[in-house]
Design a protein around this ligand. Structure first.
Ligand code: 5GP
Ligand code: ZN
Length: 122
């Protein structure tokens, strides 16, 4: 996106940057040097964890272009979260753009599991 920040620098106005910085509490389930995983405040399934890069990118598309190895880190952490919650099946969702339901503009993967999941999603 033209003019879009893609250097990974933290943003003062970003909720998830504040969680990374420890300025807003979250139930953190995993942390690596590059990622944090924490439980969603409004869970849509028994397991609903958000995996985010510590660096700020506005959405998955910007992340994948600017920092592809970091995007891979999120997928690896998604599997680790699923393993910790003993999920045989789970869904990884990257809402990308407001029309798809993105409300927080810091890239994040939703990890959903622990119940049957319908397809197609709403
Ligand atoms: P999006 O709609 O952007 O794909 O997902 C944002 C997610 O962040 C939502 O599922 C929402 O429930 C979650 N969320 C919003 N604010 C907070 C918060 O302060 N703490 C946590 N843990 N999750 C949040
Ligand atoms: Zn951020």
């Amino acid at each position: 996106m033209a003019g879009e920040q893609a250097d990974g620098a933290p943003r003062d106005d970003c909720l998830f940057c504040k969680i990374v910085a420890g300025q807003i509490p979250a139930t953190i389930v995993r942390e690596t040097t590059t990622t944090v995983a924490f439980r969603d405040i409004n869970p849509q399934a028994p397991t609903h964890v958000l995996v985010i890069p510590k660096a700020h990118y506005r959405d998955a598309a910007v992340l994948a272009t600017a920092a592809p190895s970091l995007a891979a880190d999120l997928l690896r952490e998604a599997q680790a979260v699923a393993d910790e919650d003993k999920l045989e099946s789970y869904r990884i969702v990257f809402n990308t753009g407001s029309g798809a339901g993105q409300t927080v503009w810091h890239a994040h993967a939703h990890i959903l599991g622990g119940r049957g999941l319908q397809w197609p999603p709403g």
